[in-house]
Design a protein around this ligand. Structure first.
Ligand code: SF4
Length: 391
């Protein structure tokens, strides 16, 4: 399986349980991103290791109490400005009507929305109602990310998704009829039983709907998931088939006018996800909710997966800041600027890597033009191996 190290919006917890108060003041200043995690789903999908579970009685209210207390850790005067907000999960659209309004009360009590703030909510077909969609619109949510994965019933069933393609179409047209004009659709390749033909059909149907943004993730079998427990029974595509799927998808999407701006993401011009770009540009963001990560005031820390208490751990994954920066920048088609690297870290990234870089260039895995290193389409697919060699 291709490994996708995208900082997905719900990430695992760290190791120790040292409380980090995050109370240093930094109101005003440059706007940052805010991520909010809603850890509830109707049921667990077979491949999912995100922090999510079916809600028990009173869980929503208990979780909102926790959120309220966590928000209070970030109160500043003046308030911290945000220019992107991403409400992810889990399934945020599972929250009953009125809960998003409560959420926005917490947010605006603590943070100052920039006028052009990108505000994304993740939804799952099968949990969205007209009333909820109207509530989102009234609150100023201006970007919706819908988890679909596939148009095929057998693949959806295999993944353990709760919805059909018909459910998706209903949600999609409801959102459009309410004026949402920035919609992203999540798709997946490498699904058991999936073929290049069935993936092509999925992509063609979605392209025909003309969403502004499409994310395409390779399935990863994560430890502890249902898929991991019955791995030998799964009819997974071979590595070669999966590789063909990746190229097929990128070819189809680019031909349809989507820019492949990040390894797993495609967008119409001007619709790249501002919030996720913050991760890839190593800009600062705050994450609130179970398992959410933050990079704030130069510190990286993560909340544990505990739903009802706030315990933060410092994050240290062994990479230096410079390595992290290279890993993130090479995910983007914009690539790594050698000038920018020199300005940040005071050294020449190419120094000592000249032979390796030229070898990778000769293999067609990267380009070295205009002072930038960029991975090619082939390079994107094997980015993990390239990064291992480079760092
Ligand atoms: S809907 Fe998303 S978060 Fe929820 S179980 Fe499925 S994959 Fe996990």
């Amino acid at each position: 399986m291709i490994t996708d190290p995208t900082p997905r919006t719900s990430l695992g917890e760290g190791k120790s349980s040292r409380k980090n108060s995050a109370t240093e003041a930094r109101g005003g200043g440059n706007p940052i991103g805010l991520y909010l995690h809603i850890p509830f789903c109707v049921r667990k999908c077979n491949y999912c290791d995100f922090c999510s579970k079916p809600p028990s009685e009173n869980d929503f209210d208990k979780y909102f109490e926790r959120l309220k207390s966590e928000f209070s850790d970030y109160k500043r005067s003046p308030k911290i400005k945000i220019n992107s907000l991403f409400i992810g999960g889990g399934t945020p659209s599972l929250l009953p009507l009125g809960y998003f309004t409560r959420l926005f009360d917490f947010i605006s009590d603590t943070f100052d929305f920039c006028e052009d703030c990108e505000i994304t909510a993740e939804i799952n077909p099968g949990t969205l109602t007209e009333e909820k969609a109207k509530e989102y619109r009234a609150l100023g949510i201006n970007r919706i990310s819908i988890g679909l994965q596939s148009i095929h019933e057998n693949e959806l069933k295999m993944l353990g998704r709760i919805h059909s393609f018909e459910d998706f179409l209903c949600s999609y047209s409801l959102l459009q009829s309410l004026g949402f004009d920035n919609i992203s659709v999540d798709l997946m390749y490498g699904i058991p039983e999936q073929t290049a033909k069935s993936l092509k059909e999925t992509l063609e149907k979605i392209i025909a709907l003309n969403p502004q943004h499409i994310s395409l993730y390779g399935l990863i079998i994560e430890e502890g998931t249902r898929f991991a427990n019955r791995l030998s029974e799964l009819n997974l595509p071979s590595e070669d088939e999966e590789c063909d799927m990746y190229y097929l998808a990128s070819e189809l999407l680019r031909r349809a006018g989507y820019s492949h701006y990040e390894i797993s993401n495609y967008a119409r011009e001007g619709y790249e996800c501002r919030h996720n770009l913050k991760y890839w540009n190593t800009d600062e963001y705050i994450g609130i909710g179970a398992a959410a990560h933050s990079f704030f005031l130069g510190q990286r820390y993560g909340n544990t997966r505990d739903l009802f208490s706030v315990v933060r751990d410092p994050l240290a994954n062994g990479e230096t800041d410079a390595d992290e920066y290279v890993m993130m920048r090479l995910r983007l088609s914009d690539g790594l600027s050698l000038d920018e690297y020199r300005k940040r870290y005071g050294t020449d990234f190419c120094h000592g890597r000249e032979k390796l870089l030229f070898r990778l260039k000769d293999l067609g895995l990267l380009t070295l033009d205009g002072g930038k290193i960029r991975l090619t389409e082939r390079g994107f697919y094997v980015s993990n191996s390239i990064l291992t060699e480079l760092l």
